[in-house]
Write a protein that binds this ligand. Structure first.
Ligand SMILES: NC(=O)c1ccc[n+]([C@@H]2O[C@H](COP(=O)([O-])OP(=O)(O)OC[C@H]3O[C@@H](n4cnc5c(N)ncnc54)[C@H](OP(=O)(O)O)[C@@H]3O)[C@@H](O)[C@H]2O)c1
Length: 351
């Protein structure tokens, strides 16, 4: 696999298959949970678990309402719980849709306990979206960052003395091993370095999109505050591990398709097992803030995130993401400013 050493990558997948994550079963009574990309794959299985664990309201944020309705019917059939699942429209490739979605959350959700930003893609070929960004960077990094930022006010307003809302950003363990293009360190815009159709490598791009999401999390936590008490929300990145799903879509030649099917069925773990991490991430009680959660534990930061060079790159990527987003969604700055003002106000009132 380009961008990542093949052997460590295969070993991580085999390890995952042999050691499924723990299967926590917290009682989610009275919790409202939204999950993006919940019509299929790990998102669907996670939604099914949230409903089974008694969540009072579970919002499936999907780009195809008909696929969302099919998912809702299946969850209701399998859990026997009706009136819990709602299907809301969200197209992650379109900022207007993201803003509409957040507006609806603001209006129609009294309190939001958990937001799972799970929708993601792994595009084999270069496809630019409507803002000129390659599709994997657009959905996995830029739009996920935008949705996270715009949901912050509702999440932070939902905290109580006993509970802190959780923002789960679905990342990937691939971020720990990806080789960073040296130009990203020196170029004014690291994201631009990965927006070139000529140098495109779909598998490396996926890993980089998740590394940049990790960099976003670091910047966000720095902005919000290093403790959940300061931040008012627990921001954790999570990884389901190598899991059967529809992620590897796209037109492959027949021989590769056969290889892919065999690879999937032999090495990837069942989708339900991947979704366990999404449930575990809800119950970290502050331990996950700023961390990366998988295999039932919060990992130490990977070498790709540490050291002076990568830390400098993190700051550049954070600024780059904000610069790119504010061009089309200037509201981003207002959200960040209001969070900073609220944090310093709370700090003052504690003095
Ligand atoms: N499976 C793994 O081994 C693995 C490992 C590590 C991390 N992950 C991460 O886990 C998350 C879920 O992936 P998965 O494996 O479950 O893949 P999946 O089965 O392909 O599910 C992806 C979901 O994202 C939705 N989505 C994609 N583009 C979207 C857009 N523009 N707007 C709104 N929704 C969009 C898809 O909707 P449609 O069905 O309508 O396309 C689908 O519901 C992703 O973030 C992925 O990177 C997966």
């Amino acid at each position: 696999m380009s961008g990542i050493g093949t052997l460590p990558w295969l070993l991580a997948i085999a390890h995952d298959r042999l050691h499924p994550p723990p299967d926590p079963k917290p009682d989610l009574t009275n919790r409202t949970i939204l999950i993006t990309g919940a019509n299929t794959g790990v998102g669907f299985e996670a939604a099914l678990k949230f409903v089974s664990l008694n969540a009072s309201r579970v919002i499936l944020a999907v780009r195809s309402l008909s696929k969302g309705e099919t998912a809702r019917t299946e969850i209701e059939k399998r859990t026997g719980r009706k009136g819990v699942v709602e299907v809301w429209a969200l197209e992650m490739g379109d900022y207007a849709s993201i803003k509409d979605f957040v507006g609806r959350v603001e209006r129609e959700v009294e309190r939001l306990d958990v937001a799972v930003l799970n929708a993601g893609v792994a595009k084999l070929g270069f496809e630019a979206g409507q803002y000129g960004w390659e599709g994997t960077l657009q959905v996995n990094t830029l739009s996920t960052a935008l949705l996270a930022l715009l949901l912050l006010p509702k999440l932070r307003a939902s905290r109580t003395a006993d509970s802190t809302p959780v923002l789960e950003l679905v990342s990937s363990g691939n971020h720990t091993q990806v080789q960073i293009n040296p130009s990203a360190h020196t170029a004014p815009s690291p994201l631009e370095v990965y927006n070139s159709p000529t140098a495109y490598d779909g598998l490396a791009q996926y890993s980089i999109s998740k590394l940049f999401l990790q960099f976003f999390q670091t910047g966000l936590v720095r902005h919000l505050g290093a403790s959940v008490q300061q931040a008012g929300v627990e921001v954790v990145t999570i990884c389901p591990g190598a899991t059967k799903s529809e992620l590897a879509r796209g037109d492959l030649p027949l021989a590769l398709r056969v290889f892919q099917k065999v690879f999937y069925y032999v090495l990837m773990k069942p989708t339900e097992q991947g979704a366990r991490t999404y449930v575990g991430g809800v119950e970290l009680k502050g331990r996950g803030h700023g961390g990366f959660f998988r295999y039932g534990r919060v990992d130490e930061p990977a070498p790709t995130l540490t050291g002076p060079e990568n830390e400098k790159l993190q700051e550049k990527v954070w600024e780059d993401i904000l610069r790119i987003l504010r061009k089309d969604v200037p509201e981003v700055d207002g959200v960040l400013a209001s969070v900073a003002a609220a944090t310093s106000e709370e700090g003052r009132s504690k003095d």
